[in-house]
Design a protein around this ligand. Structure first.
Ligand code: AMP
Ligand code: MN
Ligand code: MN
Ligand code: MN
Length: 278
């Protein structure tokens, strides 16, 4: 029996491997059930699904939707799994988010230009497969190539996080929109990598209640961005809030973070999302 990985990226969004290549890599790593979850986009699903089926690996359609939530407009990511990938409302919502991405990229570039870093818009777009899929990771690659920082860690710390020259405020989807697009398309909404949000327990509780109210059903208990302690903590939270539990590497590129298709097992107390999805 191989592993289950329900959150990772291809070069369609901000990963480096094509949809087929990332599925091949996951299969070689021993995966038995996969969901590709590119940011705000389902364009890689057909190629990835075809590849998974050819390799005899289990498949679920996925996406990771960007949300701004609450009074301070925290960026929160919602993974959608098992939806109808042709659903018009979902596709329209994602297209709208991508238009916002493109506008944000112009503002990021303007902000960098004020600090003397010019032509970052075209620079970042050169790393994106499609202009409206441009994200901070593409700016990161441009800035590193130009010698402004030595690696991803450093470039995010110095340029691309709140308060830094290449960070601008942006309004993504509302929590209610993201959850309703996913559930309206017959899928399941899942809070991605909760351990990454800079929220205290009170705000996190508020988020989880709002998420459940909107119709959200799952939470990523095991994530490549979590520590072992985070995994244990969110297993308890899943039980307390009556949420199903998911597992994902959040893989973007070989050699960084957790490998695609190689995840840790869910703690025994968890009810897995795939029992509902398969
Ligand atoms: P965006 O949706 O364009 O704002 O970009 C978010 C993406 O940037 C995340 O999915 C990660 O891939 C990447 N990212 C965000 N923060 C960091 C960080 N501190 N270090 C490395 N990558 C990051
Ligand atoms: Mn990403
Ligand atoms: Mn994310
Ligand atoms: Mn992700």
């Amino acid at each position: 029996m191989g592993d289950i990985d329900l959150h990772f990226h291809s070069s369609i969004s901000d990963g480096v491997l094509s949809p087929a290549a990332v599925i091949e890599r996951a299969a070689l790593n021993g995966a038995r059930l996969l969901a590709l979850t590119d940011h705000d986009c389902t364009l890689g699903l057909d190629a990835a699904r075809t590849c998974a089926q050819a390799l005899g690996v289990g498949w679920i359609d996925g996406v990771e939707i960007s949300v701004s939530w609450g009074q301070s407009q925290h960026t929160v990511h919602i993974v959608g799994l098992g939806f109808d990938a042709r659903d018009r409302v979902l596709l329209q919502g994602l297209a709208q988010l991508r238009q916002g991405r493109l506008m944000r990229a112009r503002r990021i570039a303007d902000s960098l230009a004020q600090r003397g870093i010019f032509d970052a818009y075209n620079g970042a777009l050169a790393y994106a497969t499609q202009a409206d899929l441009v994200g901070r990771m593409h700016f990161a690659r441009f800035l590193i190539a130009q010698g402004y920082a030595k690696d991803t860690r450093a470039v995010f710390r110095r340029y691309l996080t709140p308060g830094k020259p290449g960070y601008v405020k942006h309004q993504w989807a509302t929590l209610e929109e993201a959850v309703s697009w996913i559930s309206g398309a017959g899928g399941m909404a899942i809070i991605a990598h909760p351990g990454r949000y800079q929220m205290g327990p009170t705000l996190m509780r508020k988020l989880l209640l709002a998420f459940k109210d909107a119709g959200g059903e799952g939470i990523e208990v095991v994530s490549g961005c979590h520590s072992a302690k985070d995994n244990q903590h969110y297993a308890v939270i899943a039980q307390q809030f009556g949420l199903l539990s998911s597992v994902g590497s959040d893989f973007h590129a070989p050699g960084f973070g957790r490998e695609v298709g190689r995840t840790l097992a869910l703690p025994a107390s968890c009810r897995p999302v795939w029992e509902r999805l398969l």
